[in-house]
Design a protein around this ligand. Structure first.
Ligand code: DQA
Length: 137
């Protein structure tokens, strides 16, 4: 089973970015842990701060992979382009967020992506990715 985790802007700073919200672990560390925990999954990872690169990656994997775990970060709340890309592909997408976006500022309560995903996992810290992975298995 081929699954890719796609992370949007500023998630390259996990570990040092607002640790009281996002925790103190780097994504690279967490990703290595996931690979050990799920040896049967062919896991890939992509991060970009650039909206078009995220769209390119969604298009590239969106007709061949078995699942996409997408944390579009701030673009969740702004990007019609990413929402359209998610709608255009055939690979199922699970939207994840590390923090509980509904417990934060109101502008984080709306997601352009949610209407076109298979499911949403919000607010379980880094564990959100793991829960998404389990749901694909
Ligand atoms: C986030 C929540 C977004 O509102 C924010 O812009 C992020 C991270 C999360 O994982 O909690 O960058 O997607």
């Amino acid at each position: 089973m081929k699954i890719i985790i796609i992370n949007g802007p500023n998630l390259n700073l996990l570990g040092k970015r607002e640790p009281e919200i996002y925790g103190s672990q780097t994504f690279e560390d967490y990703y290595n842990q996931l690979k050990v925990e799920f040896p049967a999954v062919e896991l890939a990872y992509f991060q970009s701060n650039i909206e078009g690169e995220l769209i390119d990656k969604i298009q590239e994997v969106g007709f061949s992979y078995d699942g996409i775990i997408l944390n579009a970060a701030a673009y969740t709340h702004t990007s019609v382009g990413i929402a359209d890309a998610v709608k255009a592909i055939t690979t199922p997408v699970i939207e994840v967020h590390i923090s509980n976006t509904f417990a934060r500022e109101e502008f984080r309560h709306h997601s352009f992506i949610s209407p076109n995903v298979k499911g949403i996992i919000i607010g379980f810290g880094m564990k959100s990715y793991e829960l998404a992975l389990q749901s694909f298995l």
